[in-house]
Design a protein around this ligand. Structure first.
Ligand code: MTE
Length: 318
């Protein structure tokens, strides 16, 4: 079993904060968007001069496993708004326009409002988070996300004491989202939710990029959730609304098949899906004789998140 308990970055990998901030304000003043070199580790192709790269720092929360190549991450997707096949999002998501993009924040908050994606990215500090994405379909890949800790955003919007959950909603725009046209499919918008303490956990991020570049459309541009200890379907893409609620919000897959997908959906190798085992996962991109790895409790984050579920019988389906 791989052990990856928040490995500390090597001293050589840490950009001294002062240098980071100085260079950051310099780059802002000079109007230079690309600051990925500051992160000191990622091999970003600087010849992508036309694509604005993201400013971010490294994080102690990253795992040390080698990330999958960008080709895997961009070509093998689940994004039902663009079709149900693994290659459909890559083939069809080019039609999605992500500028302008606003996220509405409402419900039980003292500061309801709307934030533009550009403001979100400039107001909050971004970090690289290398996480394994473990899909409920028993495959996984390692993805170097760039994101904002969700708790920072939540704190800025001051949820009221009665807020116990956060719900999330994906865009509905059938003219650009081919999977939303016609009959069948899911009930749109795709909706998801977290309990407030899960949303406030430091591992939970709003991801805006991969490999230092803005989020590819097929991965949920311009902003999606990433909750690394839960099955991938909790990590809702292309978010347009976040609401603070008192009651557990409905979630797309749970509405469709409540006996197969729970609200919590924590990665758990001891609880099989009714139609397949969850004990192991196929490593995407490992060739025709695909390699497998043992699935870990909470996807490897048991020490960090198990306490959130004290009193719940983890051998049970939730
Ligand atoms: N979000 C929306 N809006 N629509 C979806 O179909 N699929 C989920 C999740 N978020 C999905 C979604 C599932 S099942 C998984 S495994 C992950 O996105 C896949 O993320 P990736 O394509 O970036 O690997």
């Amino acid at each position: 079993m791989t052990v990856y308990k928040y490995p500390k970055p090597l001293p050589s990998e840490i950009t001294p904060k002062e240098t980071f901030l100085n260079r950051r304000s310099f780059m802002k003043a000079a109007g230079i968007a690309s600051a990925t070199a500051l992160s000191g580790g990622l091999a970003i192709n600087s010849s992508h001069a036309m694509t604005p790269s993201l400013e971010f720092s490294k994080s102690k929360y990253s795992i040390t496993d080698e990330p999958n190549p960008i080709e895997d991450i961009k070509s093998y997707n689940n994004f039902y708004e663009f079709g149900t096949g693994k290659g459909d999002p890559a083939a069809n998501a080019g039609s999605l326009t992500t500028k302008p993009w606003n996220i509405k924040i409402d419900g039980l908050t003292n500061k309801p409002g709307e934030i533009d994606i550009e403001d979100l990215m400039s107001k909050f500090d971004m970090e690289e988070r290398i996480y394994r994405l473990r899909c409920v379909e028993a495959w996984s890949m390692v993805i170097p996300w760039v994101g904002i800790p969700l708790r920072d955003v939540i704190n800025a919007y001051e949820p009221q004491g009665s807020a116990k959950y956060v719900s999330f909603e994906t865009l509905v725009r059938p003219e650009e989202m081919s999977g939303q046209r016609g009959l069948g499919g899911l009930d749109w918008p795709y909706v998801e939710g977290l309990r407030m303490d899960e949303a406030m956990h430091p591992l939970t991020i709003l991801a805006v990029g991969i490999y230092g570049e803005p989020m590819p459309n097929q991965n949920g541009a311009p902003v999606r959730l990433v909750v690394p200890w839960k099955y991938g379907f909790k990590s809702i893409k292309s978010i347009v609304r976040m609401s603070f609620t008192e009651n557990e919000p409905p979630t797309t897959w749970n509405k469709l098949a409540p006996n197969e997908y729970g609200f919590y959906s924590n990665v758990n190798p001891t609880v099989d899906h009714p139609r397949w085992s969850q004990k192991a996962e196929r490593i995407v991109g490992s060739g025709i004789f695909a390699k497998k790895r043992e699935t870990e409790m909470f996807n490897g984050y048991a020490d960090e998140v198990a306490s959130l579920y004290e009193g719940m019988d983890l051998a049970k389906f939730y």
